[in-house]
Design a protein around this ligand. Structure first.
Ligand code: DLZ
Ligand code: SF4
Length: 511
């Protein structure tokens, strides 16, 4: 009996469970570029180009290993432009008698797939995605035993369980977390290293032309395009990170510098989330760098926490709380997403830089995402749904399982504190400390109420005032709420007035 093995665009791993028992003879692998996946949000042009090129290269690798691959391109005239449509057509045209697939990363697709067996009339086997270190069910068992699902405790359990950076029962260096050392302000002239960049082969060139022709209305600058599109290239980029960049990663993890989109970040999220790199390999390689004395512990621990802790944790949270999670809006944030998120057209230099980096690279680093665009969305009360959709569309690494908890939970506090112990709201002072943006900004970061005052300052206090009741029970907010209550009435009025003026300017697109 011939089975059809479906491989999705973010499942580009040779160890994928759906390919586990596929044999070069007797199995047919199906991969399809379809409009339904390419446009359920208006993905960044570079994101689609990366995935299509990586998918085409992966199909070639499978063929090289002797598999029969049915690869459907977006402009195939018979393409039904949905995954189920293409599975149905493949079953009819090849006589395959069943379908095997690895569970998709997003709930909407999982929900759809649960109905495929009945609709297609053949057995559909949905296998566990074992590319994470902890399965969805395993996370569920961990969460069942906890009252609060804090990442820090999850991370410690993962360290212990997998024996990563451990010295017997104790964490390496005597501490679980070295973040105090990872918050240095950027000195003048801080520059990231030159990165590997890849020449386009014929496959990538063809994909770029296709994206240019078919997705001109999607956000983003398509060229120059420099992403790795094979596991080999992604591994080479990661190796460059470990040997040349990781030693500085910790120190400058939270720094932001104008014109330096990457600084000392690894840039591997898009590769990990599409399956070109596996988290277990990345963690072990990074740990080895520490053991060999090639990188300091604060950098290695901070980096490993992102992969072994944070990434696994958000994946677990997503699958435990979906579909309800997507509808949460604990702070009732509904203001429409301003056009500046798509254009970068704003006088706020920090926001313009974060959005321009995003347009250019389908990337901005985590502090820009959390403390600039995310923080602004939080304190301006922007629509949770619209902000989440934006993050999902614009970043090459974004799939809903990773984007939603990070945006809705972490950045916007819309899950009411399930993930974050307090809202990540900050005034311009934080941005000024961690970046070189404020010096060249049209606004004055030291002013909160004047006509030229940094919008973050007044919006921050307005956010506290508006959400006072909702945040009252949170002991980590007690000092800030008390600070607001004690503030001189005249100052309060001036702050709220400036905040309303900023929101009015935002609505007119001239902030
Ligand atoms: C993101 C994406 C895009 C843009 N295009 C495709 C596609 O054409 N074919 C495909 O199989 N997958 C694509 N993907 C990735 C899927 O959207 C992804 O597998 C689901 O969102 C689940 O994570
Ligand atoms: Fe951003 Fe305010 Fe600094 Fe301007 S002054 S860069 S708006 S934080």
């Amino acid at each position: 009996m011939t089975l059809l093995h479906l491989v999705l665009g973010d499942q580009l791993s040779h160890s994928l469970s759906a390919l586990g028992d596929a044999t070069p003879h007797g199995s047919l692998v199906l991969m399809a570029e379809v409009m339904a996946e390419a446009s359920y949000v208006r993905h960044h042009q570079k994101k689609i180009a990366f995935l299509f090129s990586a998918m085409r290269h992966f199909a070639e690798e499978l063929r090289g290993r002797g598999f029969a691959v049915r690869y459907v391109t977006l402009d195939d005239p018979d393409n039904r432009q949905s995954l189920m449509g293409e599975v149905e057509r493949a079953l009819a045209e090849t006589g395959a008698e069943g379908l095997v697939v690895t569970e998709p990363g997003e709930y909407r697709l999982m929900d759809e797939m649960r109905g495929w067996q009945a609709k297609l009339g053949v057995p559909v086997e949905i296998r566990e995605d074992d590319r994470f270190l902890i399965t969805r069910a395993g996370f569920g068992r961990w969460a069942d035993r906890r009252r609060e699902l804090r990442m820090e405790y999850f991370y410690r359990d993962m360290r212990r369980h997998f024996g990563v950076l451990m010295r017997g029962a104790e964490p390496e260096g005597g501490q679980w977390n070295f973040d105090k050392e990872n918050r240095k302000s950027p000195p003048k002239g801080l520059k990231g290293p030159r990165r590997l960049s890849w020449r386009h082969d014929a496959i990538t060139s063809e994909v770029l032309d296709l994206i240019e022709a078919r997705f001109p209305h999607h956000i983003g600058r398509l060229r120059p395009f420099h992403f790795a599109v094979t596991a080999r290239e992604a591994e080479a980029e990661f190796e460059q990170f470990v040997t040349e960049i990781l030693p500085s990663f910790g120190d400058w993890q939270d720094a932001m510098v104008a014109g330096e989109a990457y600084l000392f970040h690894s840039m591997i999220a898009a590769y990990l989330n599409a399956g070109l790199l596996l988290p277990v390999d990345v963690i072990r390689r990074t740990e080895r760098a520490y053991q060999e004395g090639a990188a300091p512990l604060n950098a290695v621990e901070g980096f490993i926490r992102q992969i072994l802790g944070w990434r696994e944790y958000v994946h677990g949270i997503y699958w435990r709380f979906m579909p309800d999670y997507a509808g949460r809006n604990a702070l009732d944030a509904h203001r429409p997403l301003p056009a500046l998120y798509w254009s970068g057209g704003t006088k706020m230099r920090c926001m313009a830089a974060a959005v321009h980096d995003t347009i250019e690279h389908a990337y901005s680093h985590h502090i820009q995402r959390l403390m600039v665009t995310g923080n602004f969305a939080l304190i301006a009360g922007l629509s949770v749904e619209a902000v989440c959709e934006w993050y999902l569309a614009v970043y090459a690494d974004a799939y809903e399982w990773v984007e939603l908890p990070n945006t809705l939970g972490m950045a916007l506090y819309a899950d009411g504190g399930l993930m974050a112990s307090k809202p990540y709201a900050a005034s311009g002072k934080y941005i000024d400390r961690m970046s070189n943006f404020c010096g060249g900004c049209s606004y004055d970061v030291k002013d909160s109420t004047g006509e030229n005052a940094c919008p973050f300052n007044s919006l921050y206090w307005r956010f506290i005032a508006v959400n006072e009741d909702k945040l009252r029970g949170n002991h980590r907010m007690a000092n800030i709420l008390a600070g607001w209550r004690r503030m001189d009435e005249g100052k309060k009025t001036a702050l709220l007035k400036r905040a309303e003026d900023c929101l009015a300017l935002l609505e007119k697109d001239v902030l």
